[in-house]
Design a protein around this ligand. Structure first.
Ligand code: FPP
Ligand code: MG
Length: 298
């Protein structure tokens, strides 16, 4: 089913008639194709759904090319990132090409769908901007964190489910909420795995977020339960390359204070709502995607 999307993506890239762009595009790891799967599972494998799914995947790939430059990330899904191999300029320009090709194809879809997806890309970019801004200081505001992950991750997943529902006349509201919850939980689990998983399993360095300045939900919860002396210690480690003993202290405090399970439960609550929405809509595949999301280890 997803092969139809891969073929359409190839066709979009070949239509540019730029062999170097095609060569670079083929070097990108495909990832889970979560957004495309949602669209096809919701709207079925129609021509319009395949187009929409391919456009969203082009936009998503572009956002990761830019994100790896912003984050100075040398690995993407266990492989050297495009910026690591070809440099930042190539990574940004490839992102621009994929993103503008996606938008030019989007203009040919129904205007309501085009509006939902393009608004989501604005939210995505604002979310990324907030992520960068928030990384400068230690953030202990949970609402700010939730707004930021809604923008940078959940908005495009929400738009995928919502626009797919509109495409086939299903209940926009339920599918939109499903996508929003799935997206928020996805980022929360991603942030959790940064702490609990090894670099080998993740395909990127582990326990990296905090050194990068990202005060994810785990650090916000931990900060709030620590005494004042330990609060100062935690803040002093923010944006630092951690020694093994410092990383060990953070992990120990997180475990002692039940922070990992508290974050997992937050994600689980969102997934439970997503599961009940899709059970009501009689969508077993979408229920399965939500359940897999919470139990993944990469
Ligand atoms: C990954 O977050 C980043 C995103 C999901 C969004 C990135 C968005 C932009 C760069 C805005 C520009 C958009 C376009 C379409 C050009 P992360 O760094 O927490 O996750 P990671 O570990 O996978 O890198
Ligand atoms: Mg990143």
């Amino acid at each position: 089913m997803i092969e139809a999307v891969e073929r359409r993506l190839e066709q979009y890239i070949c239509s540019l008639e730029q062999p170097f762009v095609a060569e670079l595009y083929r070097k990108l790891p495909h990832g889970k194709r979560l957004r495309a799967k949602l669209i096809l599972y919701i709207a079925g494998e129609t021509n319009e759904a395949v187009k929409l799914a391919s456009i969203v995947e082009l936009i998503h790939a572009a956002s990761l090319l830019h994100d790896d430059v912003i984050d100075d990330a040398m690995l993407r899904r266990s492989k050297p990132s495009i910026n690591a191999v070809y440099g930042n300029k190539i990574s940004i320009m490839l992102g621009d090409i994929l993103y503008s090709k996606g938008f030019s194809e989007l203009t040919m879809l129904d205007s309501k769908i085009a509006q939902i997806v393009s608004n989501a890309v604005t939210k995505l970019s604002i979310g990324e901007l907030h992520d960068v801004e928030m990384s400068k200081e230690f953030n202990c505001d949970k609402d700010k964190y939730l707004d930021m992950i809604y923008g940078k991750t959940a908005s495009l997943i929400e738009a995928s489910a919502w626009s797919a529902a509109l495409l086939c006349g299903k209940s926009a509201q339920n599918y939109r909420l499903y996508g929003r919850n799935l997206g928020l939980a996805f980022q929360m689990i991603d942030d959790l795995l940064d702490i609990t998983s090894s670099s080998e399993v993740l395909g990127k360095p582990a326990l990296h977020d905090f050194s990068e300045g990202k005060t994810t939900l785990l650090y916000i919860y931990l900060y709030n339960v620590l005494d004042s002396e330990k609060k100062i210690k935690l803040k002093s480690l923010h944006k630092k390359t951690l020694l093994d003993s410092e990383a060990g202290w953070i992990l120990e405090e997180m475990e002692k204070n039940g922070i990992l399970s508290k974050c997992y439960m937050d994600a689980k609550l969102l997934i439970d709502e997503a599961v009940s929405l899709m059970s009501y809509e009689n969508e077993p595949k979408l229920v399965a995607i939500a359940k897999e999301m919470i139990d993944r280890n990469f």
